[in-house]
Design a protein around this ligand. Structure first.
Ligand code: 5GP
Length: 348
């Protein structure tokens, strides 16, 4: 047994120190980024925020809304659409705003092949290979095989939280490594297993490792307010993935319930009992559920929430004098804090 003594940080442990700047208004800030992916060679030009591949978030309706919005956000589609639904969607121009998600089972591979056979291959160009624990040797091997099979696909793979696994996944063929174990809004991994890593430090460590190899990272999980996205980008994230912050909208493709005049949507982790019962007929005997089910307030059109999120990031950039999102991490100094928000009038 060993103890690492230096303190690892979460979003709640820091604030971004303001800096003198010549920027007059947040309208001068460009929050789009341009990337050329290391392995696929494809270009990305857009706002680097990704809707998580979760029920109620990574929906086709969400991807279509992002396409209409025009700021270049993307959605990682949930794994649970049918081959026909996916094939039909990836024939449309709106598919430029989507990632195709898959796990590592034979079924996942066969399904991807079936979708590719039925759709426009030119449009299905981004994969999100997603497992709860990216630390197994078998996972890196799977990423390597997928890279060999699809040399031109942009591959995002995860999740991990440390530099050595980030490097291994990039060297195995991932263009983007997804970072986060346990910070999610409906995740119970830390409670059930005691495993995890504070998300801000995980981003700093993994971004540094990825950038050294010409790869990128996507900070996945734990953002609760727009300021957390600013901190994630400040820490070096190239993309930020959002689950809970995008749940409960018109684009969620789920039922809206009403109680005492208040509208709600049910939201759940993809390893929760709810998800496993819905998609795989129950929780397998050898595993425990590592996700929970919550009720979130219905929040209307996602484009309204996005205005707040994007406005918050633009404003963060003006506070440190970053004319482009690209400059934010260079201009970020974090200060350690013990308190963030004044909640004298409640938490909202
Ligand atoms: P959020 O933005 O809601 O804080 O985090 C979203 C992320 O939580 C997802 O992208 C995914 O990585 C993670 N996640 C989603 N469902 C589950 C779950 O059931 N269990 C765990 N451990 N993580 C989950």
């Amino acid at each position: 047994m060993r103890i690492e003594e230096d303190i690892k940080l979460d979003f709640k442990d820091v604030l971004i120190r303001p800096k003198r700047s010549t920027l007059a208004s947040r309208s001068e800030v460009d929050i789009r980024r341009e990337y050329v992916f290391k392995w696929s060679g494809s270009k990305f030009h857009g706002t680097p925020i990704i809707a998580a591949n979760m029920d109620g978030v990574g929906t086709i309706t969400m991807a279509k809304a992002f396409a209409k919005h025009g700021e270049g956000l993307t959605a990682a589609l949930t794994k649970h659409y049918s081959v026909d639904e996916l094939a039909a969607f990836f024939k449309t121009p709106q598919s430029a705003s989507a990632w195709y998600s898959l796990g590592t089972t034979k079924h996942d591979q066969d399904k991807l092949k079936a979708v590719l056979k039925k759709t426009d291959k030119q449009r299905l160009t981004r994969l999100c290979i997603d497992v709860a624990n990216g630390y197994s040797e078998a996972f890196a091997t799977y990423v390597k095989q997928t890279r060999e099979m699809f040399p031109k696909m942009t591959i995002m793979a995860g999740n991990v939280v440390t530099h050595e696994m980030t490097e291994e996944l990039i060297l195995s063929g991932a263009d983007v490594v997804k970072v986060g174990i346990g910070p999610g809004s409906v995740c119970t991994t830390r409670k059930m297993t005691g495993v995890g890593y504070p998300q801000l430090s995980a981003i700093i460590e993994c971004a540094d490792a990825a950038h050294g190899l010409g790869g990128l990272v996507c900070a996945d999980g734990g953002c609760t307010v727009p300021g957390d996205l600013a901190k994630a980008f400040g820490a070096g994230a190239d993309f930020v993935m959002l689950g809970g912050m995008l749940a409960g909208h018109d684009q969620s493709e789920c039922e809206i319930t009403q109680q005492n005049g208040q509208k709600f949507v049910t939201f759940y982790g993809m390893s929760s009992e709810t998800a496993m019962t819905k998609h795989s007929g129950g929780v397998a005997k050898y595993r425990a559920s590592e996700g929970k089910t919550v009720r979130v307030k219905y929040r209307g059109d996602v484009l309204t929430s996005l205005q707040d999120i994007l406005g918050g990031i633009r404003s963060a950039c003006t506070y440190v004098g970053a004319r482009k999102l690209k400059e934010l991490s260079k201009r970020t100094t974090f200060v350690r804090v013990t308190q963030q928000i004044n909640n004298v009038f409640g938490e909202s």
